[in-house]
Design a protein around this ligand. Sequence first.
Ligand code: SF4
Length: 234
Amino acid sequence: MQITLISKELSQTRSDLSAVEAYPFGELVDIIKDVGFECSRCTRCCTRDYNDHVFLLENDVERIEMVDSSKITPAPYFDYCDNKGNFYVQGYALTYKDDGTCAFLGEDDLCAIYTQRPAICSIYPYMLNREPNSRGKLLWRYVAGLNEHGYYHCEMTEKDAMQIAKDVLEYETGFLQHRIDFLTTLLSYFRENKLKPSQRQYERQMKKYNSGKEIVVNVYHCGQFHTHHLAYKN
Ligand code: SF4
């Protein structure tokens, strides 16, 4: 695997960011009003089975660290592995309890950090799907699927829909800018240290990790990599 792979991904992410920034605001507001999601408090969206993991933007990490830093972990699905066997991932995520529910889901089935919850939780389920349709436009995805949980097509005021649209664009651009910063830093780091991405090492180290052995994961946060030694927990 060549270092140009990272450059290609960086250039694609920059295009994605431009596309999100160009998304017509009024159209976004109309889609949000049409989706009209309302939470039914079933808590399914706060489980690993439903949403895999809760990725944290840097502001989320700073805020949640003040509450309980033990519930923050390197995000899964490491992005790259270098030829020496060290992984790199773009940020942190929340941990889950043994039953697969979010570490912050209380026994009363309410979010214990509701006012400080991660940005992704506050815009859920309004996330942009960055795959273009046949006309090259960005599409929406219904993360949890229509009628699978919560209520859809509920009444929503223009003001509320506009606020959600603003929050969604802020989240999506924040996420993409973070990925651009991560890839730019990774590229410089690889060049300075004469490293290159290695798929073979990636697979070898994942096998090691899945068999319970410790691996090294460098997590991008606030402009630099933070090294963690991780052992797989089932
Ligand atoms: S932080 Fe709160 S809203 Fe977000 S997944 Fe966890 S319990 Fe649910």
